[in-house]
Design a protein around this ligand. Structure first.
Ligand code: ADP
Length: 168
């Protein structure tokens, strides 16, 4: 049984096997959660990311967590919101799926997601949260996985309320 849980926290503080980064396609760092993760992980994370050659929107790549309490960082590249008709929902769902696939391939037991695309990339939180929860539920129902815990790590109390409603 996989537990889905929403919490309000700074994702860089979580002691889970992997935290997911809302990265951009260069994987060379940015603002928001990306900046926070790079600051907390230290410069070795950027060195590791440089070797990955970027990442397509909707895909994800894995590195170690370096100075983070998390062992791994899964760098997922969410879509920029353009009104919703440019394939944004499919690309966002793909980020969640690819991250879960990478975690499963590494035989991880716990993973924490931020609200991918819901900051600077402008994806509306309600729709993004609904898609995130549905995609994780469908993955866990259809795939044999080592994962036992999936955490939706919300930065704000408002976001947490959205996730709590979906998970109740
Ligand atoms: P994107 O460019 O994919 O929209 P952002 O980093 O701008 O990425 O925002 C994604 C989400 O991460 C937003 O909900 C934002 O509030 C949240 N966020 C920012 N910093 C942190 C953090 N340290 N821990 C968890 N979530 C964070």
């Amino acid at each position: 049984m996989i537990e889905l849980r929403a919490i309000q926290a700074d994702i860089t503080t979580l002691e889970v096997d992997a935290i997911v980064n809302a990265a951009n396609s260069s994987l060379l760092g940015g603002g928001g959660v990306d900046g926070a993760i790079h600051r907390a992980a230290g410069p070795e994370l950027l060195q590791a990311c440089r070797l990955l050659g970027g990442c397509k929107t909707g895909d994800a790549k894995l590195t170690r967590g370096y100075k983070l309490p998390a062992s791994f960082v899964i760098h997922a590249v969410g879509p920029v919101w353009n009104g919703g008709t440019m394939g944004e929902p499919e690309l966002l769902a793909s980020c969640y799926r690819r991250s879960l696939e990478l975690a499963t391939a590494e035989r991880l037991t716990g993973i924490a997601f931020p609200g991918i695309s819901t900051g600077v990339f402008g994806y509306p939180v309600a729709g993004a949260a609904e898609l995130a929860v549905a995609t994780v539920r469908s993955f866990t129902a259809s795939t044999e996985s080592t994962l036992s815990q999936v955490i939706f790590c919300c930065f704000s109390a408002d976001d947490l309320a959205v996730y709590r409603r979906l998970l109740d």
